[in-house]
Design a protein. Structure first.
Length: 144
């Protein structure tokens, strides 16, 4: 199943992290926002739709990152990540418990959904202090 996510960067170089609500799949974990690609839908169009629904924003979809193939217990996904720029609106947590802007250096302080980790690694690969995989610092344990 194809799933899209937006890597949304603000003018200060921080990235938008979204906390999935408890009680839902991957609840309590942070993610880059997005969702499922509907049959016949282009990934970029799916991302524009999902970010409008989830965050109430209009975005410009930019460069694609390398796709991530990930197998969860419920099934496999192909995560298609794109860099995005907000054109209109302020992100609101319509479907998330919380939103937070964070610097790449802070990625390792959050418990991320597993499929998002390779996406974040692509972002940090160009930062010498963070290069070398998952954030080059220990990933915090998940809390129940």
């Amino acid at each position: 199943m194809d799933v899209v996510c937006g890597v949304i960067e603000d003018s200060g170089g921080r990235y938008l992290a979204c906390l999935r609500p408890d009680g839902r799949h991957l609840g309590g974990l942070w993610e880059c926002p997005g969702g499922k690609v509907e049959p016949g839908e282009r990934p970029e169009a799916a991302l524009v739709r999902e970010l409008a629904e989830e965050l109430g924003i209009r975005v410009e979809v930019g460069a694609a990152l390398e796709p991530v193939e990930w197998r969860y217990p419920h099934g496999a996904i192909r995560l298609l990540a794109f860099r995005c720029r907000i054109l209109e609106g302020e992100p609101q947590p319509h479907e998330h418990e919380r939103l937070m802007w964070c610097a790449a250096e802070d990625f390792g302080t959050l418990a991320w959904a597993d499929a998002d980790v390779p996406v974040l690694d692509q972002l940090t690969a160009g930062i010498p202090a963070l290069a070398g995989g998952p954030f080059a610092i220990a990933k915090p344990p998940r809390t129940a």
